[in-house]
Design a protein around this ligand. Structure first.
Ligand SMILES: Cc1cc2nc3c(=O)[nH]c(=O)nc-3n(C[C@H](O)[C@H](O)[C@H](O)COP(=O)(O)OP(=O)(O)OC[C@H]3O[C@@H](n4cnc5c(N)ncnc54)[C@H](O)[C@@H]3O)c2cc1C
Length: 347
């Protein structure tokens, strides 16, 4: 079951005050954008957080809410969903304006700051923090003719919002990256059986996790591709798989199919924002203060890059206060900048 939160965020979906000018607008409500919004709240900045997906939490919430994350400081182990719930609670301490389901389509410099365009209107902000991760993302689809019928029946899915839905089921996970391995191992504890199918003989996942996979009860089938889905007489899914490089086919009968082919990210609109990118990797270049090539626009999290950058949650959490403090010092010098969070609250 999803954890229910007992607090209210200042959600203003669909209703924005067009005359409002924010101190800081944060584009992207993943874990890093959320932490930046919290930190901006700590600095009493008038803050607007805009997220294209219906929910906050970025990749963590959308792609691996059930995964146990081991490398966030202060948590020996925490599920993705619980981390985002904790961040929501942290955010709820401040009267921020948060808009979900609102993709930012344009970012333009105006006389005093920036105009931020979304399908719901235009807002103004003195400064901007871009925390867009890999762009507005969507799962990479399984391309077989009748896949939508199985999605509608809940037998094919692209994420695991609740692993209880897989309890006692025969599950086929398709994919070869970290995400597919994580999901297969996560479902091992609840499913009747888990098969992991990959089109190559080697996995792209972390070596340690590949070792854990091979020691687990997960049946690993390589190198195979999914060719067709058909319903069985008793309501299961007959998955036709084909050996890569040969014409042999097999059938795997399962109750649920989890497609973990990664995700496509739509960076198209962001590329038009006139920031300096590392073009090959579609990452926004920033300096040591997280400022982009455009003064007043900062970038943090997976979408920002510099020498030595590691795209991790912990890295982005560190970048958020750097950007916020830099903005406050450079654009709002009258606001005193305490050193520690406790003095921020008391001051
Ligand atoms: C399977 C998997 C497992 C992982 N495991 C770990 C782990 O164990 N530990 C770890 O540290 N990291 C892990 N990561 C990486 C971690 O998830 C990322 O580092 C983290 O999510 C980056 O956060 P972010 O806020 O920068 O970006 P994201 O999480 O990508 O969030 C960016 C948000 O911006 C939104 N957005 C994009 N474009 C727009 C727009 N134009 N307008 C409005 N909103 C927009 C997106 O919809 C998204 O919600 C994992 C990643 C994956 C895929």
């Amino acid at each position: 079951m999803h954890t229910q939160t007992s607090f209210q965020l200042n959600l203003k979906n669909g209703v924005i005050n067009m005359t409002e000018t924010y101190d800081i607008t944060i584009i992207g409500g993943g874990p890093v954008g959320m932490f930046a919004a919290f930190y901006a709240g700590m600095r009493n900045a008038k803050t607007h957080l805009v997220e294209s997906l219906a929910d906050l939490g970025g990749q963590v919430n959308a792609l691996y809410p059930e995964k146990t994350i081991l490398d966030v400081a202060g948590y020996p182990a925490i599920q993705g969903r619980d981390l985002i719930t904790a961040q929501r609670q942290q955010l709820a301490q401040f009267p921020l304006t948060i808009q979900t389901g609102t993709p930012v389509t344009n970012l333009q410099r105006i006389v005093e700051g920036f105009a931020i365009t979304t399908p719901k209107g235009i807002t103004h902000s003195k400064t901007v923090i871009v925390a867009v991760g890999n762009g507005a993302f969507a799962p990479r689809p399984l391309n077989v003719p009748n896949v939508d019928d199985f999605i509608a029946r809940g037998q094919v899915s692209y994420s695991v919002p609740d692993k209880e839905q897989f309890r006692g089921q025969r599950v086929l996970v398709a994919g070869g990256g970290d995400s597919a391995i994580d999901q297969a191992l996560m479902l091992e504890s609840v499913a009747e059986s888990v098969t992991l199918l990959h089109r190559r003989n080697t996995f792209r996942g972390l070596e340690h996790m590949v070792d854990v996979l091979h020691q687990s009860s997960v049946t690993v089938k390589t190198p195979y591709l999914i060719r067709n889905l058909a319903p069985t007489a008793d309501g299961a899914v007959d998955v036709t798989i084909k050996t890569v490089g040969a014409d042999t086919e097999e059938h795997v009968i399962v109750d649920k199919l989890l497609i973990s082919y990664g995700f496509t990210s739509d960076y198209h609109v962001i590329e038009g924002w006139d920031l300096a990118f590392e073009r090959d990797r579609r990452l926004i270049a920033v300096d040591s203060t997280m400022m982009t090539s455009v003064p007043g626009v900062f970038a943090i999290g997976d979408g920002a890059t510099y020498t030595g950058k590691q795209p991790l949650i912990a890295t982005g959490y560190g970048e958020a206060p750097i950007a916020v403090h830099q903005i406050m010092a450079a654009y709002f010098p009258d606001k005193r900048g305490p050193i520690h969070s406790t003095s921020l609250r008391e001051g």
